[in-house]
Design a protein around this ligand. Sequence first.
Ligand SMILES: C[S@@+](CC[C@H](N)C(=O)[O-])C[C@H]1O[C@@H](n2cnc3c(N)ncnc32)[C@H](O)[C@@H]1O
Length: 269
Amino acid sequence: MTARPVRRPIGAITRGTTGHNRLRRSDRWISAVCGPLLRSSADARPLVVDLGYGASHITTYELFTRLRRVHPAVEVVGVEIDPERVAAAKPYEREGLSFRRGGFELPVARSPLVVRAFNVLRQYAEAEAWEHWDLMRSRIAPDGVIVEGTCSEVGHRAVWAALGAEGPRTLTFAARFTGFERPSDLAERLPKTLIHRNVPGERVHAFLTDWDRAWAACAPYGSYGSRQRWIRTAEALARDWPIATAPPAGGPARWRLGELTLPWTAVGP
Ligand SMILES: C[S@@+](CC[C@H](N)C(=O)[O-])C[C@H]1O[C@@H](n2cnc3c(N)ncnc32)[C@H](O)[C@@H]1O
């Protein structure tokens, strides 16, 4: 009998930097925006993958505890390409939370309904990032969502794309109000597929320029606090840009958290 060939995980081991609560902004967005998807799933144990969780299990564990409040039987699998990081996470397994080795092929038993991959693709080349998006899209459930993004060391500045099986859907910016001077400071956290597009003539550049302008025009609202200024800026921007203005992804309830979501088509290359 010949042994079954072991498929090599797709991707490469990269830096494992991570930290407690670093991904809370994406966790709460996933809870709010993907919550209805998880709750309405025909699968009694909807599957969520946290891809590339890094040197510690902590962000996967936090995603698990937050999503268990949204759906009490959600199952979360942390997938990491570095076998040593998988071994280090294994002791933290529990009912509904497990860790395994793998890559962009998403080696799980069922098609995941949600995949979160944060601070993973930024370490690849742009052309590879598009290919890995395609591969992951081909592996999720038909109505599944991939949340792929980047954030600062402690998570105060974050930007992520949400993709469906059909392609990218939205782009979300999220910031701590004390974590930036002007909205375009978040450009440094754009996904790999957009970071090189922040140049004149590209839509994402036009958007960030308009956002800075609206932020400056709304400076007087800063006397009521940065949250009010952010909300007023979002309202002003919505006159010219198709930003989400209603739940679950938009409107004051999201803006007050320092978030802004708009369709990918508005900013994509
Ligand atoms: C910078 S850490 C990010 C950790 C965590 N997601 C965070 O944002 O705090 C990136 C991790 O992704 C892993 N990684 C890179 N490519 C991967 C792939 N194709 N599949 C699974 N893990 C991958 C690396 O080994 C590394 O541990």
